[in-house]
Write a new protein. Structure first.
Length: 134
């Protein structure tokens, strides 16, 4: 599994605002975050330079009806996949699917499909955002 080191002018964590930062990633795990002069890069790490950029944790959207031309009320795995892929491209790593006021039948159908999608979303390894709930 390749190791990646992202160099940025700044990195924000829940605890620190780090200048001249490096974030070391291996697979899906962050191995280290800190000032460039304090982090020892693993041998063979692929280095990515991001001058003028800030690295931040992924965003969690707690109220979203849709994205990418789709709405959670569509009640289809395809619509949810498109929403999850679209928001992931903009830095959102997870979200809460939010329904709208609708008939009981439409709401139940949407909730059932969202629940089904949530239970199966970890069966693929891709770059979509995770649906946390509804």
């Amino acid at each position: 599994m390749p190791t990646i080191a992202i160099h940025a002018d700044r990195a924000l964590t829940p605890f620190d605002d780090i200048t001249d930062a490096v974030v070391v990633i291996q697979g899906s795990k962050i191995l280290a975050v800190g000032p460039r002069n304090r982090i020892v890069l693993p041998r063979g790490a692929r280095e990515i330079k991001m001058p003028g950029k800030t690295v931040v944790p992924g965003f969690v959207d707690v109220h979203i009806h849709g994205a990418g031309g789709h709405d959670v009320m569509e009640a289809s795995a395809g619509a949810l996949e498109k929403i999850a892929a679209t928001v992931a491209r903009h830095g959102t790593t997870s979200f809460v699917a939010t329904t709208v006021t609708a008939s009981p039948d439409d709401t139940i159908r949407s909730v059932e499909e969202i629940a089904r999608y949530i239970s199966q979303q970890h069966e693929t390894d891709d770059t979509r955002a995770e649906v946390l709930g509804m």
